[in-house]
Design a protein around this ligand. Structure first.
Ligand code: NAD
Length: 307
C-alpha cells in the first residue's frame, strides 16, 4: 500500500474526474473514497480515462472505498459494495473499510444516495447489528474477490482489541483522524504491534473543518501557521503542509491529503524525499492537545462514538 495517497472527500462532482486524472498523471496511485463522498461515478470516470490513455494500469492503482453506517446489516454489505464497484467502474476494491463503528438503520439507495447520518425521515435511528456481524460480511467480500483487503476506520483501542478476538482476516488498515493536535500514540502503537497499517486522515488538523464552518476548527490556530511547524519547514526548504505530512510518514503512518490545487497536489506527494530530525518530530508531536474535529457530535449529531 502506498504511503501517500489522495483523499476524495469534498472533491466537487464537476471537477472530480479531471482531478483524479491529473492526480494519476502527477503520480498518485492510491485514492481514498467513500460512498458518502457522493463522487464515486466521477472518480471512476477519471480512473477509466487514465487507464484508456495508457497513464496507468488498473493493477497499478490502489483504490480504497468505505462502507457507510446505514449498510452495516450483514445482508446489505455485499449489495452496496457491488453498487459502489459499479459506480466506480471496477470489479474489485484494493481496500474496503468500515467507515465508522456505528450501525444505523438501512435506507435503500433508491430512497437516498449518497447516504447520510439520518434516515429517510431525517431522524437518527440505530440498527441492532453488532460490528462483529458487519466485519464477517466484509470478510466474505474478500472470499469472493470483491475486495483484496478490508479495514476499519474511527475505531478506538477497545474496539480494535475486540475485533482482533473475532477477525478471521486481520484488517489491513485502521484509518483515523491524526495530526499534531491529535497524535493518538497509543492507538498507533497498538496497530503496529498487530501488523495493522495506520492511515491518517485530516493530516492538516483544523484546515479541513474550517471549510465546513465548524466552530471548534475556527477557534483553533491553523497548523500551517504554527511557529514550530513553520520554523522546521523553513529549515528544510519545504512548505508547512509537507512537514505535517512528513511528520506522519516518518512515523510509519500513511497519509491521504486532499487538494484541488495542482501545485499542492504535486507538493503533497513529495513528502518522503527529506527527513526530519528526531527532535523536530518530537517538537511537532509536542503540539498534541487530544483535539478531535471529525466527531459526529461536532456536527450537532447525538452519536457520541468517541465519548
Ligand atoms: P486534509 O487535511 O487532507 O486537507 C484539508 C485542507 O487543506 C483542504 O481544504 C486542502 O485544500 C488544504 N490543503 C491541502 N494540501 C495543502 C497544502 N500542501 N498546504 C496548504 N493547504 C493544503 O483534509 P481531509 O480531506 O479532511 O482529509 C483527507 C482525506 O482523508 C479525505 O479526503 C478523505 O479521503 C479521508 N477522510 C476520511 C475520514 C474517515 O472518517 N475515515 C474522515 C475525513 C477524511
Amino acid at each position: 500500500m502506498p504511503l501517500v495517497g489522495f483523499g476524495l472527500w469534498k472533491v466537487d462532482n464537476d471537477t472530480c474526474a479531471d482531478t483524479v486524472y491529473n492526480a494519476i498523471k502527477v503520480g498518485y496511485r492510491l485514492f481514498d473514497g467513500a460512498c458518502d463522498y457522493g463522487n464515486e461515478v466521477e472518480v471512476g470516470q477519471g480512473v477509466a480515462r487514465a487507464i484508456k490513455d495508457g497513464l496507468v494500469k488498473r493493477e497499478e492503482l490502489f483504490l480504497v472505498s468505505k462502507l457507510w453506517n446505514s449498510f452495516h446489516d450483514a445482508d446489505k454489505v455485499k449489495p452496496i459494495a457491488k453498487k459502489q464497484l459499479a459506480d466506480l467502474g471496477i470489479d474489485y476494491f484494493d481496500l474496503y473499510i468500515i467507515h465508522f463503528p456505528v450501525a444505523l438503520k438501512y435506507v435503500d439507495p433508491s430512497v437516498r444516495y449518497p447516504p447520510s447520518w439520518t434516515d429517510e425521515n431525517d431522524k437518527i435511528t440505530f440498527s441492532k447489528t453488532p460490528l462483529s456481524e458487519t466485519y464477517k460480511a466484509m470478510e466474505e467480500l474478500v472470499d469472493e474477490g470483491l475486495a483484496k483487503s478490508i479495514g476499519i476506520s474511527n475505531y478506538n483501542g477497545a474496539l480494535m482489541l475486540d475485533l482482533l478476538r473475532y477477525a478471521r482476516i486481520t484488517p489491513a488498515t485502521l484509518q483515523i483522524e491524526h495530526h499534531p493536535y491529535l497524535t493518538q500514540e497509543g492507538l498507533v502503537n497498538l496497530c503496529k504491534e498487530n501488523n495493522i497499517h495506520v492511515t491518517a486522515y485530516s493530516s492538516f488538523g483544523p484546515a479541513s473543518f474550517v471549510e465546513l464552518k465548524m466552530q471548534r476548527a475556527h477557534d483553533t490556530p491553523l497548523l500551517f501557521d504554527n511557529e514550530t511547524v513553520k520554523k522546521i519547514a523553513d529549515k528544510h526548504n519545504k512548505s508547512p503542509g509537507q512537514v505535517l505530512l512528513r511528520w506522519a510518514t516518518q512515523r510509519g503512518v500513511a497519509v491521504i491529503p486532499k487538494s484541488n490545487n495542482k501545485d499542492r497536489l504535486a507538493q503533497n506527494l513529495d513528502v518522503c524525499s527529506f527527513d526530519l530530525e528526531k527532535d523536530e518530530i518530537e517538537a511537532i508531536s509536542g503540539l498534541n492537545r487530544g483535539l478531535r474535529f471529525n466527531d459526529p457530535v461536532n456536527y450537532g449529531l447525538n452519536i457520541p462514538i468517541f465519548a
